[in-house]
Design a protein around this ligand. Structure first.
Ligand code: IPD
Ligand code: CA
Length: 263
């Protein structure tokens, strides 16, 4: 796919941050056995990845705004465009030496995500999409799965940890959904969960209580791969509610119906 200059810039930044994280990840694997553990080291790796991405993106497009998990929000001279960045999605996996984490970079224009890049550096899988141009993983065009029956479908979600208030609702979701499908996965990276829906590996994904940086790039991947996205609570904006449902066209409605049942 012949992407725009912005998409190429995003890919360059994601690869550069990914290289830095891969180096740090090897070190984290060694630190598992140390008494102190790898906690501080991982925070540093995460911040360094955001620094690399910011330097690349803001250096090339100084007028665009910024929303990054580590450095927060910064308005740009151009109020219509902003980068939405999670330098390391799947931090807990990274911390525990589990090779399932990614760099996620999105470009928003007038409130709509128009380009997204998710780089799974440990597996060398680069996912990218641009509005109207389709979604890809490395050189391969992506399509959401074609499954139509809930009972054959696999869904992914994020199970809240550390006392998050969305735990009861998520447990209720699981109790309702699990008897009606082929399985639910919790791999620990919202960005990759969405990328896997775009790639047809998962038939759908939902999560409550996440942030714009966790999902922005993944949303355009799913859309450009022919999938549907929406908030769990209908009639609200996805970023505003921090909840999302993503699935192939056939399963989006039945999945939403289960998740939207009153308590
Ligand atoms: C987390 C991951 C996880 C999701 C959490 C996110 P982080 O992001 O995406 O899958 O369930 O809600 O906070 O903290 O690893 O960047
Ligand atoms: Ca995240």
């Amino acid at each position: 796919m012949q992407g725009s200059a912005n998409l190429n810039l995003m890919i360059k930044a994601a690869r550069k941050a990914g290289r830095s994280l891969v180096k740090d990840f090897r070190e984290v694997e060694n630190l598992q056995v140390s008494a102190k553990g790898p906690g501080d080291f991982v925070s540093k790796a995460d911040r360094e990845a955001e620094r690399i991405i910011k330097e690349e993106l803001r250096g090339a497009r100084p007028s665009y705004g910024w929303l990054g998990e580590e450095t927060g929000e910064e308005a740009g001279e151009d109020p219509t465009r902003r980068w939405i960045v999670d330098p390391l999605d799947g931090t807990t996996n990274f911390l525990h030496g589990l090779p399932h984490w990614a760099v996620s970079i999105a470009l928003e224009h007038k409130g709509e995500v128009v380009a997204g890049v998710i780089f799974d550096a440990a597996k060398d899988e680069l996912y990218y999409a641009e509005k109207g141009l389709g979604a890809y993983m490395n050189e391969t065009r992506l399509r959401v799965s074609g499954r139509r029956n809930m009972i054959e479908a696999i869904f992914a979600t994020g199970v809240p940890f550390g006392g998050k208030s969305t735990l009861p609702a998520t447990l209720q979701d699981l109790a309702r959904l699990m008897p009606q499908c082929a399985g639910v996965r919790r791999f620990g990276s919202a960005a990759l969960d969405l990328a896997y829906v775009a790639a047809g590996r998962y038939d759908g994904y939902w999560e409550r209580g996440i942030h714009a940086w966790d999902m922005a790039a993944g949303l355009i991947l799913v859309k450009e791969a022919g999938g549907f996205i929406g908030p769990v609570r209908e009639g609200r904006e996805i970023f505003e509610t921090g909840s999302v449902i993503a699935a192939n066209a056939e399963l989006f409605e039945p999945l939403g119906k289960i998740l939207r049942q009153p308590a």
